[in-house]
Design a protein around this ligand. Structure first.
Ligand SMILES: Nc1nc2c(ncn2[C@@H]2O[C@H](COP(=O)(O)OP(=O)(O)OP(=O)(O)O)[C@@H](O)[C@H]2O)c(=O)[nH]1
Ligand SMILES: [Mg+2]
Ligand SMILES: [Zn+2]
Length: 313
């Protein structure tokens, strides 16, 4: 008999696995991983689909990792289907370049992005203008407030609809510390009672309140035959493209979905779309069709990837 399931969290080498079907009356089990994974330098992540075996002492252990669709280091998750990219209007003030980096990484891995602008109660104008940027770029975008409940129904319905489209999908909320990820997830699913943190008084940043990436079963939270998982994740401030190889320069253009329409339309076939005459991307930026902030993020990323020493690759 094969016991299979999905890793929902790891604590000190012990993994919690949510089972595809009950085993001895249990829906979840805790298990260690087979020692050989360490030799193969495989680190199990939340989201990994695994098989479990029983050893001669009757103990369960993770014996196999099924092939990953994708994996991320920040947040540390495997097989993510949908990522809610969280941007707070203020407190902390968003850094759109970091947001766009996260979107690019997700796009390069085939993870579908939805943009969630939080704390609209603190600055509705900013919320609307930021929403406009991402809507124009072709993303599903939500303006929300955990103060007054704005956006709650829309995101709840989005999650439900996506669970009908794919089998057992995995969702995650990701973004800067203090942006309000855990607060919003609590608004959606009060039973989770996730820990929420104050902001630092000095710089109005978050204090890294959420420390673990853990998947929660939507079957348990929503019912109604819905199957899927949702993760809260630790906030971050930096996505270091100099240090990590998220993707190559050659892939950059394709990770900006609103640029693709310009493919093959620039004067020069080797156009970098940063400053050339006759560049179709630049034309669309100047005509307001492509948001300036998105193009600025592209140029910043282009320069980082371009100057990366070859030996690092
Ligand atoms: N005014 C206002 N404050 C909010 C809103 N959402 C969250 N906050 C506040 O923002 C602070 C940080 O919220 P958290 O939910 O802990 O933020 P987080 O994104 O989970 O942060 P990390 O776990 O550190 O990554 C708390 O003081 C919340 O009360 C909102 O919609 N409006
Ligand atoms: Mg949190
Ligand atoms: Zn160009």
């Amino acid at each position: 008999m094969i016991i299979s399931g999905i890793v929902t969290k790891s604590v000190g080498g012990l993994f919690t696995v949510s089972l595809d079907s009950e085993y001895n009356g249990k829906k979840t089990v805790d298990a260690h991983a087979k020692g050989a994974f360490k030799h193969e330098k495989i680190t199990l992540l939340a989201g990994d689909r695994v098989e479990i075996s029983v050893n001669e002492n009757g103990e369960l252990y993770i014996s196999k990792i099924l092939e990953r669709k994708s994996s991320l280091i920040r947040p540390p998750l495997a097989n993510l289907d949908y990522i809610f990219v969280v941007i707070s209007c203020v407190k902390p003030a968003p850094v759109l370049e970091t947001i766009d980096k996260l979107i690019c990484i997700a796009e390069s891995k085939g993870i579908e992005c939805a943009i969630v602008i939080t704390k609209s109660d603190l600055d509705m104008d900013f919320a609307k203008s930021t929403a406009q940027i991402y809507k124009k770029s072709g993303f599903e975008t939500f303006v929300t407030s955990s103060e007054n409940g704005e956006g709650k129904e829309e995101i709840y319905n989005y999650i439900r609809a996506k669970c009908q489209e794919r089998e057992n999908p995995i969702f995650a909320f990701s973004g800067a510390s203090g942006a309000g990820k855990s607060t919003f997830i609590n608004l959606l699913f009060p039973d989770l009672a996730l820990e929420i943190g104050d902001l630092s008084r000095k710089n109005e940043r978050g204090k890294n309140t959420t420390r673990k990436t853990e998947l929660f079963s939507l079957e348990a939270l929503i019912g109604d035959g819905i199957r899927g998982y949702l993760a809260d994740t630790p906030g971050f401030t930096l996505l270091d493209f100099e240090r990590f190889d998220f993707f190559e320069l050659e892939q950059l253009f394709d990770t900006f979905r609103e640029f693709r329409e310009s493919e093959g339309k620039c004067r020069f076939t080797k156009c970098s779309h940063t400053k050339e005459q006759g560049c179709d991307v630049l034309r669309r930026v100047s005509e307001g069709e492509i948001p300036k902030t998105r193009h600025a993020s592209y140029v910043a990323l282009y320069n980082i990837l371009k100057s990366k020493p070859k030996w690092k690759k």
